[in-house]
Design a protein around this ligand. Sequence first.
Ligand SMILES: [Zn+2]
Length: 248
Amino acid sequence: MGVHQWEGAHRDPGTRGCARVLLNDRMQPDVAPMPRTVALRPRDARGFPVPAITPWRDGEPMFAATSVSRTLICAVERRCSICATQLGSPPVWRVVAAEEAVAMAAALANGESYDNLAPTAEAPGHLACMLYASMVCPFLARPNARRGAGAQFGDFVAPRGAPRGELDGIGGGVAGFETYEFEVADQVMFRFAGLVALHPHRLGAEHLTELRALLADGSELDDVMNSTSPPYLGSDEDTADRRAEMYR
Ligand SMILES: [Zn+2]
């Protein structure tokens, strides 16, 4: 098992990731504006978009599962784990839970660096896609939703002087990093380095204004204008598995 790493903005597109996202029965897609690339994803019977890393079985998306093959394809090809198009220029974004968001906010507030040394199964994606996912997915966005799921934050200790009192209301966030690397074993595990930004939230709905603005000015499309979701990240698992074999 090798460690793959990319730095810098423009890598070979042949050689890219999405969070463990559950777009479940509780999502309200009409409330959150949908990025164009997400709108182009295959839909389930209810019309809900299905993330790139969600596996399908018998024509139905398995929202509760994450496909190792699909995650690996996204990681290697630098594709968004939600919409499957190219990640483009850094930063890359991922949804983080409450404890980690608080630690990140403290580090940023104190001008200290923060590297996510503990590996995580949460794969990266576009800012717009992650803001969208954090709003429509209660599992990702709600402050206490992750605690029973075995989320780990390593040995991170909030730096001295961190304004913890002001951070206690943070329920999670969408964090931007300069780089990521990953390893594949039973699942694909990511490490992120170079925290550059954090969009904290309490329940996720705070991102609505920002996402609307982001989609309105079209800037989220700059890097993906010439990128489309590939056929091997559609609704067929065999095609995805065959593609992933190239990278194992
Ligand atoms: Zn995306």
